[in-house]
Design a protein around this ligand. Structure first.
Ligand SMILES: Cc1cc2nc3c(=O)[nH]c(=O)nc-3n(C[C@H](O)[C@H](O)[C@H](O)COP(=O)(O)OP(=O)(O)OC[C@H]3O[C@@H](n4cnc5c(N)ncnc54)[C@H](O)[C@@H]3O)c2cc1C
Length: 388
């Protein structure tokens, strides 16, 4: 697959008008109010087929894998001044593929069509203020195990504010992780919007469950829900999720260039100063090297060459891309003076949005630790084999 940037015209032809009228014109007001992108807005994009690229052909989709889908997200990130939009799209799409992976015809019949058409929306309720091995949220079967009672608090759930259903990861009686389908309108479910530093229109919220009683048919994964979480939520999305940020980072560089061309200091446009040119070069080096590793990782995923449960190449790509986009935003602010710091430049908002992945999709520092541990272990195993 060609990973060279080809421009975003193909995606602009389909969604550009809607992105401008529904999202770009109102981005500042929405960000200031931490207002969520609504169901109705998302449904308009669904109507144009935004959930069909990564959708299996059996469900009427194009069956595109991670890398081509990543290119679509990158282009949407480039076109949308609001990073929250492609972020939300990527979560909703991953939710559909995760639900399909459960292979429950009864569940699919009820939900999948509505999810694809944007009439309903799903979110992943995984993180709580604890390691997965010590989750406090739990499911207790009632006598006879016809029903389960769920309790717990999920701390940060993207898209929860407008979600109808959740993939809910909870501790079973055995301390194993189970996955339930929980509905936003189940009695005992409370969704509370959270004020965030960036990505403010994704509708991030806490999801609390107090004695939520669900039928056993809602138990989607009975054992080893942790592997399911890695395979269909965390590991598979780690590199993918950065693509939309890379698209926005490109737009930030272009906005910076426009400013540098039109701003004159010492009788010369800033763009003519060699130090400024070097900075522009540095931004492109950061962007293109991050893209190279991200699309390399996604292509490996597509060829089924990556570890589906925890892949160090995808994790490295995520790490590198997040470092890169955050540095690009900082460099842009370095050369755009007071204008860069105004709200209307969009650079400050991008900087806040880019910071979301310092913690999201596994914190940067934790990735370093986990990659280090894995590589040390691999080396030790290799040495042991050599000495046998
Ligand atoms: C924008 C955004 C969207 C999100 N969306 C969702 C969502 O939709 N659903 C969901 O369930 N969750 C979501 N999350 C939560 C996200 O997955 C978690 O924030 C992330 O997994 C980290 O978990 P944590 O916050 O508990 O931090 P931890 O992993 O507990 O880490 C806390 C801090 O300790 C450090 N640390 C941890 N372990 C080590 C170690 N061994 N050595 C050194 N340092 C360490 C980390 O670097 C980090 O700074 C989202 C988060 C963000 C920011």
């Amino acid at each position: 697959m060609n990973i060279e940037w080809q421009g975003a015209q193909d995606i602009k032809d389909i969604y550009g008008c809607l992105i401008d009228t529904e999202l770009n014109v109102s981005v500042e007001a929405r960000d200031q109010a931490s207002a969520v992108i609504t169901h109705a807005q998302m449904q308009k994009f669904a109507g144009l087929g935004i959930y069909t690229y990564n959708l299996p052909e059996a469900w009427g989709g194009l069956g595109w894998k991670y890398a081509p889908w990543g290119h679509v997200l990158e282009k949407i990130g480039y076109l949308s001044l609001d990073v929250s939009f492609p972020f939300l799209i990527s979560v909703r799409m991953s939710f559909i593929t995760a639900l399909l992976a459960v292979q429950r015809a009864d569940i699919n019949d009820v939900y999948i069509k509505d999810l694809i058409e944007g009439k309903k929306a799903g979110a992943f309720a995984y993180t709580e203020n604890a390691d997965a091995f010590s989750f406090l949220s739990c499911a207790v079967p009632e006598k006879g195990a016809e029903y389960y009672v769920l309790n717990g608090l999920k701390a940060i759930v993207t898209g929860a504010e407008t979600a109808d259903i959740f993939l809910m990861f909870v501790r079973a009686e055995t301390a194993d992780i189970q996955v339930f389908l929980v509905r936003a309108d189940d009695p005992g479910v409370a969704i509370t919007p959270r004020a965030m530093h960036g990505c403010r229109s994704t509708g991030i919220a806490t999801v609390e469950m107090v004695n939520v009683r669900v039928h056993k048919s809602r138990l989607l994964i009975a054992t080893d829900g942790l592997s399911f979480a890695q395979r269909y939520f965390l590991n598979c999305r780690r590199a993918l999720q950065t693509t939309l940020f890379l698209g926005r980072a490109r737009a930030v560089i272009e906005a910076t260039l426009a400013y540098l061309h039109t701003t004159v200091r010492h009788q010369r446009p800033l763009i003519d100063l060699q130090h400024v040119q070097a900075l522009v070069g540095e931004m492109y080096i950061l962007l293109e090297s991050a893209r190279t590793s991200v699309f390399y990782a996604l292509n490996r995923q597509d060829r089924a060459e990556s570890d589906p449960y925890w892949d160090s190449v995808s994790s490295s790509a995520k790490y590198q891309a997040v470092e890169a986009v955050n540095k690009i935003a900082a460099l842009a602010l370095n050369v755009t003076g007071g204008w860069g710091y105004t709200e209307s430049s969009g650079i400050g908002r991008a900087q806040r949005d880019f910071a979301s992945l310092i913690a999201g999709a596994d914190p940067q520092e934790k990735l370093k630790v986990d990659i280090g541990i894995q590589k040390i272990h691999e080396m030790e195993m290799h040495n042991q084999r050599c000495h046998q």
